[in-house]
Design a protein. Structure first.
Length: 404
């Protein structure tokens, strides 16, 4: 039998596996904080990725050729994840394959490599150790970014990796995120130096890492600046401070923001993080404004646990974010609420009227905030609720902040 048709059939099959890996890797990356996903959804994505990765791995050298070609043609997060996994799963060829891949790729954003470190979820410990070892003896920053991403996924405090990376402006942002997840007090001095970084994402990541683990006045000042400034980190800063600041300061702050129509969205984000049901009457009022109705519905879900979709409290409205390829269309920014359902306002109001959550007690997903509730939310909540529960647990109990 002619071997060429057989090889062609194998390549076609492997290309299908590789394409599925790339698509699932992208989807998994996007689903981490998505309000449309919960732990069950994430587990399903992980299992599907694992199956297709096995299909690539079993093809051995053919599999490597296919995933490398796909990633060179389209060096996005899913393709890079697949390349990293395929290289690291073969210890005797690991360094050669990684070198080959990096030589073939054009220079690109390091954040893609950091996010691609998510492949640590599907790799055994020796493979991850191999990546981290290599990253500390080569100069290519992509190795270091991927190693930091892997450390974040596994919650590993790798000797030297994070501390050295905090001093390297190219990867300090990723190192600060890992440091915040690890909570190692020995990393605090290096994080404090980053509070004056010229790079805004790095500065905020350092402040967040310090605030998550204790009372650092300089970090609080930086985070407050981000919460008030016109910067892309403002929403994250509001969420962080809403969870970590003293509860007595929240009502006045929320009221101040709510009194300014231009800042009502910020007030909603802060209210969701604070979680006190006393804000729900005001949130219900925001449901009636089309500009804030979906975000207000999300706040209701975050505090009360009411799932607008599962409980049939949402409307079947096309959630197209309005962005098109038409050069005459002035809409170039996606709707920030495009993943959120449209609330059926009357139905939501009626549902809340039957709910009796005590004011003065912080709630998340309908449960009073305590370690037991947070553990339950980590098991069955939506991804934003799970992330919030993980932050609350880290604040109270310490330990590693898990990557979800």
């Amino acid at each position: 039998m002619d071997a060429h048709p057989v090889r062609s059939a194998i390549i076609t099959l492997v290309e299908q596996h590789a394409a599925e890996c790339a698509a699932l890797g992208m989807l998994r990356s996007q689903a981490c904080r998505s309000p449309r996903h919960n732990r069950r959804d994430i587990t399903h994505l992980d299992e599907r990725f694992s199956v297709h990765l096995d299909g690539v791995r079993e093809a051995e050298s053919v599999g490597w050729e296919v995933v490398l070609a796909a990633a060179v043609a389209n060096p996005e997060i899913g393709e890079i994840m697949t390349v990293l996994a395929t290289a690291l799963l073969v210890p005797e060829q690991r360094d050669a394959r990684l070198s080959q891949a990096l030589a073939a790729f054009p220079a690109g954003p390091l954040v893609i490599w950091y996010r691609a470190g998510m492949v640590a979820r599907w790799l055994d410990d020796p493979a991850i150790v191999g990546l981290m070892t290599t990253s500390q003896r080569v100069t290519d920053k992509r190795y270091r970014a991927a190693a930091l991403g892997a450390a974040r996924q596994r919650g590993w405090a790798v000797p030297g990796l994070v501390a050295e990376s905090l001093r390297d402006p190219a990867v300090a942002l990723f190192a600060a995120e890992v440091a915040g997840a690890l909570g190692d007090p020995l990393l605090r001095p290096a994080l404090r130096t980053l509070l004056t970084s010229d790079d805004m994402p790095t500065r905020f990541a350092a402040a967040q890492a310090l605030i998550l683990r204790g009372d650092e006045p300089s970090a609080w000042r930086v985070a407050m600046w981000f919460a008030e400034a016109e910067v892309s980190q403002r929403r994250a800063a509001l969420d962080l401070l809403g969870r970590c600041a003293q509860p007595v300061s929240m009502p006045a702050w929320i009221n101040r923001l709510a009194d300014d129509p231009a800042r009502s969205r910020e007030a909603l984000v802060l209210a969701a993080a604070w979680g006190d049901p006393q804000v729900l009457p005001w949130v219900v009022g925001r449901l009636h404004d089309p500009a804030t109705t979906r975000l207000a519905g999300w706040v209701v879900t975050m505090i009360s646990g009411i799932d607008l979709v599962e409980e049939d409290l949402s409307l079947a409205i096309d959630d197209d974010d309005g962005v098109t390829d038409d050069p005459e269309n002035p809409q170039v920014e996606p709707d920030p609420d495009h993943q959120l359902p449209w609330p059926d306002v009357v139905a939501v109001e009626q549902r809340l009227a039957r709910l009796n959550l005590p004011a003065g007690v912080r709630h998340l997903a309908g449960r009073p905030l305590d370690p037991e509730a947070c553990a339950a939310i980590l098991a069955d909540g939506q991804q934003p609720q799970r992330w919030a529960a993980a932050v609350e647990l880290a604040r109270v109990q310490g330990g590693v902040l898990p990557a979800l």
